[in-house]
Design a protein around this ligand. Structure first.
Ligand code: 13P
Length: 249
């Protein structure tokens, strides 16, 4: 059975003390849920937030990792370091990394492999921009991102992947994908996984939706058979909103 997951992506928000407070509040509020809850904090928050999280089903994640193992890469943070700070997950290939930092498929594929090698679960992001959807290219864009980023992984590694579909036009815009648009893409992604890895692995892979997800729209999105949770940006910065989304299951 695949997991239901709600992951908060804090992005570049919250000073260290503020992040600690937010994590503390979320930690207090998480209980009695079968949803896996993940806080993806900035790097410098990781080890401090790790000390706070003590609830079953509440995990720590990073938002990125280096594409190289270690060495002279000034300013980079390796998967191994992230693991050593206590994280269990790492976001790879967020659209902000793809577009602002020119992260291409090959780079992201290297990051996924380093994450897995260091026992981190990659939350692999994919999604089209508005022009691509208007040109009816969104399905092929997402298919291509997943094939190039993930499909050379052996079955035993793919078992540990989480996918997040985040249509770029919905991120931070307040324009959420309709329930039908989300389900359509998630089903296509699942079918793609069936064709490459077989039904069992595809059925076990959690596919999250991201993009303007809020307590008010989460229930309808999560009611879809192929939407297994959310990757939450803005609403994860407020503990009540974030927990409202967790409870939308
Ligand atoms: P918003 O929820 O702010 O739209 O961001 C979504 C996102 O990018 C999560 O990774």
């Amino acid at each position: 059975m695949r997991k239901k997951i709600v992951a908060g992506n804090w992005k570049m928000n919250r000073k260290l003390q503020e992040g600690i407070e937010l994590a503390r509040t979320v930690n207090e509020k998480v209980s009695g849920t079968d949803v896996t809850v993940i806080l993806c904090t900035p790097f410098i928050h990781l080890s401090e937030v790790k000390k706070i999280l003590n609830r079953d089903g509440l995990f720590l994640g990073a938002q990125n990792c280096a594409s190289e193992e270690s060495g002279a890469y000034t300013g980079e943070v390796s998967a191994e370091m992230i693991k050593s700070a206590g994280a269990s997950y790492v976001i790879v290939g967020h659209s902000e990394r793809r577009s602002y930092y020119n992260e291409d498929d090959l780079t992201l594929n290297k990051k996924v492999k380093l994450a897995l090698k260091n026992d981190l679960i990659p939350i692999f992001c994919c999604g089209e921009v508005l022009e691509e959807r208007k040109a009816k290219k969104h399905l092929s864009v997402v298919k291509n991102q997943i094939e190039k980023g993930l499909f050379d992984l052996p079955d035993r590694d793919f078992n540990r992947i989480v996918i997040a579909y985040e249509p770029v036009w919905a991120i931070g815009t307040g324009v959420v994908a309709t329930s039908g648009q989300a389900q359509e893409m998630h089903k296509i992604i699942r079918d793609l996984l069936v064709s490459r890895y077989g039904k069992e692995i595809a059925d076990d892979t959690s596919i999250l939706y991201g993009g303007s997800c809020k307590p008010s729209n989460a229930r309808e999105l999560f009611a879809n058979p192929d939407v297994d949770g959310g990757l939450i940006g803005g609403a994860s910065l407020n503990a009540d909103d974030f927990m409202g989304i967790v409870h939308a299951f």
